[in-house]
Design a protein around this ligand. Structure first.
Ligand code: ATP
Ligand code: MG
Length: 633
């Protein structure tokens, strides 16, 4: 199994380097694939190729993305493209009624009864149909691969898989030829100048630590690694003199053979970096990094379009006209793909992230002007990149990052519980209690997270970080409980999943008596992935569940199945650890009364990884809590 480098180990290593340039080069050495990791990937690709050739004659499996683009990071996913173009033409010629087999390859018999291709017509099949077929082939015929799942509702539908022995995760896609081309482009850039790799590794890691980018599951409002890499390349195109040529210049340098279009987009650039002129720029890595932050600290990302093709920013006006190939989705962060010119690679980035990106660049630029950045500490203090990598304030992240407002105002509580509330006197408090039980129920019983109530309070600021006093209160309650007959919560997932602080306070039900409530949570399974498919499976097998579509029972079953499917390799470490704090707040304008606001604080190093789960929760949690209130409260 691969070991990921911990931030502490990284810091230790970096502090020993001589200067920032050495630190930056060291980053590449510490993160890039080891020889054995590269070999493993090559072997897997060969294995896939053999299996797919059997089922899809003439097909080719081609790796792209970070496994081959020069920005490999130990443990990154394995992106694969299954090229079925030849298979499709074989199939077409074999099916043509009046044709002999001459056109097709002699060993290809796509009509034979046991050929998988007799079940499907590649020319007319939909992407989901083909992907389901690929998933079946993987499940049945590729040894050592598990957790195979067709993810069909993503922007780029894929079949996901996991290699059991190494834990390596990967994707297979079929309609992604442009990605092969941009992969080769990134690779060419790394070959063109040796400063490209260290700079990209450092910016990627910095952005990940600041929860600006690097979500391993994709999606969400953060920059992805591809976008971030393009931003660095753009920066290098705009140095004076430039470190890298523009994509237009690359086209000029390409020979006739290299002139190609893919899906209608010009993808011409030289195959070999030897065709490029070495850069006249002599800036060192240390100052390039500082300049990167400086350039983007005040950059008007919303007010222009960054073009790597031209190596300059383009005015928005040229994209507002109705010309077809300029239909770029404009937003707070506009970064045009160098080949697919109508594609804004950061169209998913929201305003908050764009602003936070600027703010983080500003902080970084400021730090880079200090001696602490530029010079190695003689007193054993952290210096250079190390401080740059310290995550931003998690509290700030929670307040502008991970918030869900439950649209359940006081008025929305069902009448029968209102009567109860009235009897008890304090309506608002009981209302909050019920919502809290709904939240805990959803997390614990529907989503199978381990979830322990750890604090409650009246004051806003008490909630997110527990004070010493609260810790003592919890401690005291623990003692009371263990002295009495009440058994602390037994978590069916075992002790191992609980964080130390959660272990300390294994108390099941504190009802909130104040205006806030906090839980320490962790999850072992990716319960947010592939729910739709599992739901479909369940509905097919269980009539009773069909009637309860969308119910708490069905959703709990879905999570249970997902956990079981993943269960073969139950991790001993939780996948994600986070704190949830619910607070009573005034409802947003337009809604009457009070509402409950939930803020999520992942452990800092997981902030980026937490994104995808959070996006799922944003839609899921309010629905489930409402269900809970209507049917169970
Ligand atoms: P990592 O997996 O380490 O995050 P990566 O470069 O492999 O880095 P992925 O998100 O796995 O990033 O994407 C794989 C490849 O798909 C990218 O290298 C790029 O070629 C292509 N790609 C990813 N996102 C986009 C996008 N928004 N627009 C165009 N192509 C993209
Ligand atoms: Mg990848």
């Amino acid at each position: 199994k691969r070991e990921q480098l911990s931030p502490e180990k990284l810091a230790e290593n970096l502090c020993q380097a001589d200067d920032v340039d050495a630190q930056m080069s060291l980053m590449v050495q510490l993160f890039e694939f080891s020889e054995s990791e590269r070999r493993l990937r090559d072997l897997l690709v060969t294995l896939f190729q053999e299996v797919f050739l059997e089922f899809f004659p003439g097909s080719a499996i081609l790796p792209f993305g970070s496994s081959v683009n020069g920005f490999d990071v130990c443990g990154c996913d394995l992106d694969l493209f299954l090229d079925l173009e030849k298979t499709q033409s074989f199939q077409a010629s074999a099916k043509a009624p009046n044709m002999t087999q001459e056109g097709a390859s002699p060993e290809v018999d796509t009509r034979s009864e046991d050929s998988i291709l007799s079940d499907i017509d590649l020319a007319s099949a939909t992407v989901p149909e083909v992907l389901e077929l690929i998933a079946t082939v993987l499940r049945k015929c590729v040894p050592g691969v598990h957790n195979v799942q067709a993810v069909l509702n993503a922007r780029r539908p894929v079949v996901k898989f996991c290699h059991k022995e190494s834990g390596l995760r990967g994707d297979i896609s079929i309609n992604n030829r442009l990605a092969l081309c941009n992969t080769r482009f990134l690779q060419l850039c790394t070959e063109a100048d040796e400063r490209v790799r260290p700079l990209v590794y450092v910016v990627r890691y910095w952005a990940k630590q600041q929860a600006l980018a690097g979500n391993p599951f994709g999606g969400g409002p953060l920059l992805n690694n591809y976008a971030l890499t393009l931003l660095v390349l753009f920066f290098l195109q705009t140095r004076s003199p430039p470190v890298l040529p523009t994509v237009s210049q690359l086209k000029e340098l390409s020979n006739e053979e290299e002139q190609t279009t893919v899906d209608g987009w010009d993808c011409s650039f030289p195959k070999d970096s030897a065709q490029l002129n070495p850069s006249a720029n002599k800036e060192n890595l240390c100052s390039l990094l500082a300049e990167f932050f400086h350039v983007f600290e005040d950059y008007d990302f919303a007010g222009c379009v960054i073009s790597l093709r031209e190596g300059q920013q383009l005015p928005l006006s040229s994209f507002l006209s109705s010309e077809a190939d300029n239909k770029l989705k404009l937003g707070p962060f506009n970064l045009q793909d160098p080949f697919e010119l109508s594609h804004n690679v950061s169209a998913n980035v929201n305003e908050k992230t764009a602003l936070r990106f600027q703010r983080c660049c500003r902080d970084a630029a400021k730090y880079c002007r200090s001696l602490q950045y530029q010079r190695k500490s003689t007193k054993g203090k952290i210096w250079g990149l190390v401080r740059l990598f310290q995550p931003g304030n998690p509290e700030a992240l929670a307040t502008d990052g991970f918030i869900v407002n439950l649209p359940l105002t006081l008025a929305a509580v069902p009448p029968q519980s209102c009567e109860l509330l009235n009897q008890a006197g304090d309506m608002r408090q009981l209302w909050f209690q019920k919502i809290c039980t709904g939240i805990a129920f959803t997390l614990r019983d529907v989503l199978r997270c381990s979830c322990l109530e750890t604090a409650q309070g009246f004051e806003e600021e008490q909630a997110a970080t527990r004070s010493q006093q609260q810790e003592e209160q919890i401690e005291a309650k623990m003692k009371l409980l263990s002295a009495g007959s009440k058994r602390p919560l037994e978590n069916d997932e075992g002790e191992g999943v609980l964080s130390p602080s959660a272990k300390k306070s294994r108390i099941d039900t504190f009802l909130p008596t104040g205006e806030s409530m906090t839980w320490d949570c962790s999850t072992l399974h990716r319960v947010w992935l592939g729910r739709r498919r599992v739901r479909r499976q369940l509905r097919g097998t269980d009539l009773d569940l069909t009637e309860k579509a969308g119910s708490l029972e069905l959703e709990a079953k879905v999570s249970e199945l997902i956990s079981k499917q993943e269960g073969e390799t139950t991790p001993t470490e939780p996948l994600l650890q986070f704190t949830v704090c619910a607070r009573v707040t005034e409802a947003a304008s337009g809604k009457q009364g009070t509402c409950v606001r939930l803020s999520f604080t992942p452990v800092p190093e997981q902030a980026a990884a937490f994104q995808e789960f959070f996006h799922f929760l944003q839609g899921f949690l309010p629905r489930m809590v409402e269900q809970y209130l209507v049917t169970r409260a």
